[in-house]
Each structure stands twice: as structure tokens, then as C-alpha cells.
Design a protein around this ligand. Structure first.
Ligand SMILES: Cc1ncc(COP(=O)(O)O)c(C=O)c1O
Length: 358
């Protein structure tokens, strides 16, 4: 294909800086080279099979998905070892899950006996085996069993359920991953890991084998990842990062931007961009403008981004880049990534798992 420069890409466009992303993949992989635990990257961040394959090539042992639809996309792209780190509930989805188990080594999180019974019945019906992790509430108070005793009793039920294979436990310390002070973050994460390992110990004491102890996010990858007994880490955002995560953790580089065009200059202090809330989410704050001093995003409306210009004078037609405040939800708005190296376009990749929230 003829060489295309970054600034020739039509806007709004979602860009990956390949050098930075490759740095992030390598940095995370080299951390796990030195650990007993391994990486099972959460692909809900990028939702892109090409990137999942790159993480596996760098040494990750499998991948994590948030949703059944995302897992179906990854399995169709040839990935086998997939954890859905959520409960799958309801007859339609459970039937899809049992069918998917015929095509990959799917693993799913459970927290209730009723759900275990439904999964077992569907797996038997489909003639498949579903791998199971018990989710433990490690302090986030979202999902998961509440005590080691509950974990033991549920594991016993799983072990006697045909069609299911008990693999271990998971606990996501989501309340800890973005605590700004490292010491506070470490304390919160360690407390959660104690709860998780407490559940593992109760299972072992009851004679139940626990192969997998899964936890962690980008903000706690090295704390949970080096905690004795934890076997895998579900970090996702590290691959591309966003402005919010960069404000608490500088271990990884910002590799994701939105390219946008200035479409109007209504007055001296304002520039209007062609990227608004349909191109960038803002639940974690406004996107960060890069490379333009004296200007900042003040507001997003549906199709427009509003820049407040204190000491800048961007012209209509000029292109600017913005770092999204939240990578996972921003990527979900786009059909494709434009992967650039320096100022050259190198590849275009489909965000195939975008919108697969069912
Ligand atoms: C279950 C689970 N594991 C891991 C993560 C880690 O993601 P991140 O790396 O973005 O912190 C998340 C994020 O929401 C999650 O829900």
C-alpha cells in the first residue's frame, strides 16, 4: 500500500503508537519472566484479537474477557485458553457458553450453587466441559462468595457436577487498582490477596486441588503478581494506558490517542474539534490534549469537542491528538485501530469485540 502519514488519516480516528505499545507488552512480559505467576491479560481493554495474539506471543498464558460475546470473538480468532471473569447467567447465554466450550478451553467465574447447576446441565446437554473458577469477594463488594466456608461448599458442588471442571479461584481487587498513593494501594491490594489466599487455604485444607488463583489489574500487577500463591494476573489497561491510569502509575506509556480535526474557531478562546462524546468517553474526566501548549479540553458534546484556548491558536483544518481518560470504554466506540509507527500508518486492525456486551 502507498505510504500513509499519520496526519493524513481521516478523523476522528483511534490511533495506537506501536513503539509505545510494544514497549508496554515487553515491559509486562519481562516482569512475569521473573515471577512464579503469569499474565492472563484482560482483553476487554482492546477487544482486538490481533493484540491478544501479540500478548500471547510475548508469553501470556491465556486471556481474560469480560463478556461471552468478547470470548466468542477471541475463540473465533483461534485463541484457546480464555477466562470470562464474570458470571454467565440465563438459559440463552449458558447454552452459548456450553457450545463455545466445544471450540476452546473456556473458563468462567461462578458464585452460586444455582448457577453451577445450570452450567452443569448445559455442558452435559452440549457434550462439553466448562472450566470453573469460584469468584471470591476480596473487598470490592461487587461479586463473589463472602467466606472461605462458602468457597469450600461451592467447590464441593462443582466437583460433583458432571460437565464442569474445577480449576481454582479468582478475586479482583478493583477498589485498590487506582488508589493514587502507592503505599495505600499496596496495603489495600495485600489485604485483598490475604482474603483470596485465605479461601485457597481453606480449599486445600478440605483436600481440594486449586490450580489457578487469579487476581490483579494494571495498578496492582506487581503487588498481586508477586504475592505468594497468586498464579495469574488479569491486567488489561497496561497495553495502551489512558490519562486516568497514567495519573496513578507511570510504569507504562500512553500508546492510545484520538486524532481529531479543528473544525471551527467561534472565538479567540475556543476551538471546536470533530471528536465529541461519540469518539471519547469522559466518565474518568476530560481527554488530555497532547502537543498543544496553552489549551485544554473543556467540554464534550455529542459530535464536538470544545477546547479552551488560553495561549494557543490552532487553525481550522489542523489535526490534534488527545489521550482518552478511559481506554476501555473509548475503544468500545470505534470500529478500528490505526496503528502508527512514528508518523507513518503501519496497520489497520478491527476492534472485533467492540459492542459485544452480551
Ligand atoms: C475482573 C477484572 N479483572 C481485571 C481487571 C483489570 O483491568 P485493568 O488492567 O484495566 O486495571 C478488570 C477491570 O475492570 C476486571 O473487571
Amino acid at each position: 500500500m502507498p505510504e500513509i502519514r499519520k496526519l493524513d488519516i481521516d478523523t476522528p480516528a483511534l490511533l495506537i503508537d506501536l513503539d509505545r505499545m510494544e514497549h508496554n507488552i515487553k515491559k509486562m512480559a519481562s516482569f512475569f519472566d521473573m515471577q512464579f505467576s503469569n499474565l492472563r491479560p484482560h482483553t476487554k481493554t482492546h477487544k482486538c484479537p490481533v493484540l491478544a495474539h501479540k500478548q500471547l506471543q510475548a508469553g501470556a498464558q491465556g486471556i481474560t474477557c469480560a463478556k461471552l460475546g468478547e470470548a466468542e470473538v477471541m475463540a473465533a480468532a483461534g485463541i484457546r485458553d480464555i477466562l470470562i471473569a464474570n458470571q454467565i447467567v440465563g438459559p440463552d447465554k449458558i447454552a452459548r457458553l456450553a457450545n463455545l466450550a466445544r471450540h476452546c478451553d473456556i473458563m468462567v467465574a461462578v458464585e452460586s450453587r444455582h448457577n453451577v447447576a445450570d452450567l452443569s446441565m448445559a455442558a452435559r446437554h452440549a457434550g462439553s466441559t466448562i472450566r470453573i473458577l469460584i469468584e471470591v469477594d476480596v473487598g470490592m463488594h461487587r461479586c463473589g462468595v463472602k467466606s472461605p466456608e462458602e468457597a469450600v461448599s461451592l467447590a464441593q458442588k462443582i466437583l460433583e457436577s458432571p460437565g464442569l471442571q474445577f480449576e481454582g479461584i479468582m478475586g479482583y481487587e478493583g477498589h485498590a487498582v487506582m488508589i493514587p498513593e502507592l503505599d495505600d494501594r499496596r496495603q489495600a491490594c495485600l489485604k485483598s490477596m490475604q482474603v483470596l489466599i485465605g479461601a485457597r487455604d481453606a480449599l486445600l485444607k478440605s483436600g481440594i486441588e486449586v490450580k489457578i488463583v487469579s487476581a490483579g489489574g494494571t495498578g496492582t500487577y506487581n503487588i498481586a503478581g508477586s504475592y505468594p500463591g497468586v498464579t495469574e494476573i488479569q491486567a488489561g489497561s497496561y497495553i495502551l494506558m489512558d490519562a486516568k491510569y497514567r495519573s496513578v502509575l507511570q510504569d507504562f506509556e500512553s500508546a492510545l490517542t484520538i486524532l481529531s480535526t479543528v473544525t471551527s474557531r467561534p472565538d479567540k478562546e475556543t476551538a471546536i474539534l470533530d471528536a465529541g462524546m461519540k469518539a471519547m468517553t469522559f466518565e474518568f474526566g476530560m481527554p488530555e490534549l497532547v502537543g498543544v501548549a496553552g489549551a485544554a479540553v473543556s467540554f464534550l458534546s455529542e459530535e464536538h469537542g470544545h477546547l479552551y484556548l488560553e495561549d494557543a491558536d490552532p487553525q481550522v483544518g489542523e489535526k490534534v491528538e488527545l489521550i482518552p481518560s478511559h481506554c476501555c470504554t473509548t475503544i468500545n466506540l470505534h470500529d478500528r485501530f490505526y496503528a502508527v509507527r512514528g508518523d507513518r500508518l503501519e496497520a489497520v486492525w478491527s476492534v472485533a469485540g467492540r459492542g459485544k456486551f452480551a
